[in-house]
Design a binder for this molecule. Structure first.
Ligand code: PGA
Length: 264
């Protein structure tokens, strides 16, 4: 996938339907008219991650949108399996998700880690699966409130990054996107301040550079996620190390998601 300068990714989680997807895209396109020129001139990565059963639908419906939307809207999965194939009932392989037309996938979202018990080892395997299938892994990292209050934020993020990205080649690093999503800010209405986000992003930036063994380090886009809304998106994305946003709840409202794109 070509390099993007800014990213706006919507994560629908366990919400949506075929009918919703259809009306959503039409409403989004009319609400986002003001962003058309910028979308044509700048490298903005715009993506939606609907539930996996709608990936193919989303790809087809997006292809029918007027220009430039048809070519600029990307589809992403919310999760992939840690295995390529085999006896793993209920799982979806990275290749399958790619076969449905997805260009990227979230990996290690805090809901996967906390609700489904996903470990750093599994997250690491999933990052490799995505890279092998040639889809962009959007690796999610973030601390809980308890960890933040115990002053362990950077330690936790450092561990999550270290485990997920150990021994990646420079080509693999160049295809990775990282999303910082403080768990205490997800779905709570409590957003990290731009300052708090920038502090952690600067740490992630430095750690990513440090982990890239040789040569000039590749640039890893860093997204912020956690109660991003139309009213706070601009301030967050004005921080030097915030390259975009990963939006949950507000991405279900087409007009608001269009405003967030406008803020990018
Ligand atoms: P939220 O979710 O925007 O609803 O807080 C963000 C996410 O989980 O990616």
């Amino acid at each position: 996938m070509e390099k993007k300068d800014k990213w706006v990714i919507g994560n629908w989680k366990l919400q949506g339907s075929h009918a919703f997807l259809q009306s959503y895209l039409n409403e989004f396109v009319s609400a986002a008219q003001a962003s058309v020129d910028r979308l044509e001139q700048e490298r903005i990565g715009l993506a939606l991650c609907p539930p996996a059963c709608y990936l193919r639908d989303a790809v087809k419906l997006m292809a029918q949108l007027p220009s430039p939307w048809a070519s600029r809207f990307l589809v992403g999965a919310q999760n992939i399996a840690q295995h390529a194939s085999g006896a793993y009932t209920g799982e979806l392989a990275a290749d399958m998700v790619s076969d449905c037309g997805a260009a990227l996938t979230l990996i290690g979202h805090s809901e996967r880690r906390q609700v489904f018990g996903e470990t750093d080892v599994q997250v690491c395997a999933k990052v490799r699966q995505a890279l092998d299938a040639d889809i962009t892994p959007v690796l999610c990292v973030g601390e809980t409130l308890v960890e933040r209050e115990a002053d362990q934020t950077l330690e936790v993020i450092g561990r999550q990054l270290g485990e997920a990205c150990a021994n990646l080649s420079s080509d693999q690093w160049s295809r990775l996107v990282v999303a910082y999503e403080p768990v205490w800010a997800i779905g709570t209405g409590r957003t990290a301040t731009p300052d708090q986000a920038q502090t952690v992003h600067a740490f992630i930036r430095a750690r990513c550079e440090q982990m890239q063994a040789s040569g000039a380090p590749g640039y890893v886009p860093l997204l912020y996620g956690g109660s991003v809304k139309a009213e706070n998106a601009k301030a967050l994305m004005s921080e030097p190390d915030v390259d975009g946003v990963l939006v949950g709840g507000a991405s279900l409202k087409p007009a608001e998601f269009a405003q967030i794109l406008g803020a990018a």
